[in-house]
Design a protein around this ligand. Sequence first.
Ligand code: MN
Ligand code: MN
Length: 320
Amino acid sequence: MSGRYQPADAFRSPRFSGIRTFMRLPYVTDMTDVDFAVVGLPFDTATSFRTGARFGPEAIRAASALLRPYNPEQDVDIFAHLSGVDAGDLQLAPGDTEGTYALAEEGLGTLIDAGVFPVVLGGDHAITLAELRAHSARHGPLALVHLDAHGDTWHEYFGQRFYHGTTFRRAVEEGVIDPAASVQAGMRGSLYSPSDIGDARDMGFTVLSTLELLDLGPAAYGDLVRERVGDRPAYLTFDVDFCDPAYTPGTGTPEVGGPTSAQAQAFVRALTGLNLVGCDVVEVSPSYDSPGQPTALLAANIAWEIISLHALARARGAGS
Ligand code: MN
Ligand code: MN
């Protein structure tokens, strides 16, 4: 068995040729025979510091040209189990966060209702609320698996309730995630007060700082997440500032003292056995990236690891 839609054959057209889609997948908007669809959501006007994540999806697509179909760490050939496409970018309204939410919920809803696993490329972290709404409307409250230097559970910024640092407080208030089944990990850096993390714990989240996560290691982290999440529908969100800015400088709110790109991959790979219904990789801001685009490369590889998790679930007869 293998999927209808697969990447372009690199032995017929070299990887540096052709129009940039994610992983050189065909650009297809008809969801017939599609298992997963990569979509961009280039919205970045809910950032608190550096803007520029509107150019994240195109940078991640360009960096993804080198991705191959077989994941040796997971021993899975993605396209033996899945048919995948790049469905382009969702509609959005720059400068209008709530307007963008409405457009994104509608666009994603079309994919979800077609039985497609959406892989969203951000965009700033505000967009995740629209995704959580779209998925929870179909599945009920979700278990959130969140890798980020920040908890994004602040109250508001400049009087605005919908910002990239308020996403998960709003998600709890709206009932689209179940904090008791959710794990935030990677938090570090300066805060306004102890309540920044204390509030998240009071809301019911399990919160692991970067140091706690590194002490735990990938295998124990995976066990902890599986124990918290169980078989609930789960949503995985990866903010690239999870990594140290030595690895992911191209992002809006960098925090030093973070994991390496190798550690980030290992933590994501450890998340087998979940009932993932959706995911995103956010906060790639290419104009701050280093030559060689390490941030976009990491983001492309994390999206590929998540697609690998979905292929593994399909191979094991779950998560379809
Ligand atoms: Mn974030
Ligand atoms: Mn962050």
